[in-house]
Design a protein around this ligand. Sequence first.
Ligand SMILES: *[C@@H]1O[C@H](CO)[C@@H](O)[C@H](O)[C@H]1NC(C)=O
Ligand SMILES: *[C@@H]1O[C@H](CO)[C@@H](O)[C@H](O)[C@H]1NC(C)=O
Ligand SMILES: *[C@@H]1O[C@H](CO)[C@@H](O)[C@H](O)[C@H]1NC(C)=O
Ligand SMILES: *[C@@H]1O[C@H](CO)[C@@H](O)[C@H](O)[C@H]1NC(C)=O
Ligand SMILES: *[C@@H]1O[C@H](CO)[C@@H](O)[C@H](O)[C@H]1NC(C)=O
Ligand SMILES: *[C@@H]1O[C@H](CO)[C@@H](O)[C@H](O)[C@H]1NC(C)=O
Ligand SMILES: [Zn+2]
Length: 507
Amino acid sequence: MSKRGSFEEREGLLTASDQYDPFDDPFDKELTIQPDDEDAWPRSKIVKTATGFIFLLIFGAFARVLLRSTPPSHPNLSFNGDYIRSNGTHDFRRTVLIVSIDGLRADYLDRGLTPHLLEISKRGLRAKSMVPIFPTLTFPNHWALMTGLHAESHGIIANNFWDPQSELEFHYNQISSAWNPDFWLGDPMWETANKAGIITANLMWPGPPRTKSGSSPSYFVPWKDKVPLSVKLHQLLTWIDLSFNERPQLLMAYEPSLDQAGHLTGPMSLLVNKTLAQVDLFAAALHDSLADRNLTDIVDVVFVSDHGMTDTSHPTLIYVDDDDMLGEQGLNAVVHEDGWPAMGLRFNSIQNESYYLEKLLTSKHPHSEGFNVYTKETMPPRWHFAHHDRISPVWIVPKIGYALTTRKEGDVGMNKGNHGYDNSEHSMHAMFVAHGPFSAVVKDLHRSSFAAWLPWKNKGWHSTSDDTYVMDSFPNVEIYGLVAKLLGMENHASHNNGTKGFWDKYF
Ligand SMILES: *[C@@H]1O[C@H](CO)[C@@H](O)[C@H](O)[C@H]1NC(C)=O
Ligand SMILES: *[C@@H]1O[C@H](CO)[C@@H](O)[C@H](O)[C@H]1NC(C)=O
Ligand SMILES: *[C@@H]1O[C@H](CO)[C@@H](O)[C@H](O)[C@H]1NC(C)=O
Ligand SMILES: *[C@@H]1O[C@H](CO)[C@@H](O)[C@H](O)[C@H]1NC(C)=O
Ligand SMILES: *[C@@H]1O[C@H](CO)[C@@H](O)[C@H](O)[C@H]1NC(C)=O
Ligand SMILES: *[C@@H]1O[C@H](CO)[C@@H](O)[C@H](O)[C@H]1NC(C)=O
Ligand SMILES: [Zn+2]
């Protein structure tokens, strides 16, 4: 019997039940955020912007450049991982807080529903988007963010797959497999930090509590569904408020509610919009809590997501057990089926593998435009999804708008929203927003070089009309290198798939 994607799998990560009600979250009742609080967002900026606008009218864009030519003053360029800085009352080492909002599609930030994240990015940094690895799924991408590796190198090649070496099945939702360190290859940034003697704290980041080499985060809160954002915020601040010798310098946190909403009701739904507004309030509360502690020049906060979300409420169904695909016999010859919504296939024999591969490749399917059939040899090289024996020999990869299924299963249990498709699709792209000493330095460097009339120095940058500096889209495997640089632990960093020197120009 073949192992067709279970109902639970199709429900998406960390199944959202019907009772799930993100509005019933004490978080929004506890918040005291005033969006237009002038103390939070200084009025000097308003004056600057107004002046800039007049100059812009008179002299065009260059006047605005000149206006900003004052050299950087406030951020301290040499605030590296080892240095100690006081927030006025307490000593701190440089600290990085990385927060993943699962399923926050890059262009969700343009909905007008995330004023605080945008305000944070205005004072810090934002990328047009962050490109996830393929497959654009939660576990592969959270591990890519942690390790800087593509799936073929970090081993988490899907949310569910079979490992031919151990002959074990990995399933993200079963602790027996998801916490088995042997599945997780590469060094996560908390392991790198451990090597550098840096204290770390992990609040539910998808991954194991311990790696193969026996490394664990110093503080670890295991995954639990439906933990209110207020509780997560409180935990993060409790860590920040620890004494100097106990305080973590690298904090990682994970929030799934937006992804759950996207799966349940689709990316354009009211539930997504409301959940989006909630995570925006969380971002604001986190930022304000750090500002209250005079820590905005000490703690870098990096908001990321793992992938986007696309509407899948009316997919064209591709039945793999139809004769113009595998046929029923072909499906019976499948012994392991990996991944979702793509399908990795292992057959009961080499003969059947080549027979059914040929059948798929020569199929005259009426919707052949809706999917691709790949082997490890023909897989698009840009996916870096071939060189691992966990990647099964035959893959059917649907395009957006199409779904693989069987006659028996039809569209039962399918989500209104999903991800996992080609990582070049914009709807699969993730977000990157950063704020803190890192982003302030980057911005000032950008400004001063801009003012020096050296436009080629600013490749990959856009200055939008509202003074937000937007980086070009970049791959999420660069995040490992960023955190290593911020914490001054590059000497301990492992080989990874980030670009050498990618962040150098920003430091
Ligand atoms: C920057 O910070 C380092 C360490 O905190 C300190 O030694 C140095 O004097 C500072 N430089 C400036 C220009 O403030
Ligand atoms: C806030 O922190 C900065 C260093 O980042 C320090 O120079 C300043 O004195 C602090 N302000 C207060 C009010 O303690
Ligand atoms: C959610 O927000 C988007 C973008 O603003 C909008 O197009 C969509 O109609 C909203 N959905 C609902 C159900 O209000
Ligand atoms: C500095 O940080 C500590 C620990 O979070 C906090 O208790 C203290 O109030 C902060 N100091 C200032 C001046 O905000
Ligand atoms: C191919 O698969 C079918 C269906 O499972 C099986 O009956 C048959 O023995 C297989 N052929 C070979 C050569 O393994
Ligand atoms: C990614 O990094 C790993 C570890 O260094 C390496 O083995 C692999 O070849 C790299 N992949 C690519 C595409 O460079
Ligand atoms: Zn996800």
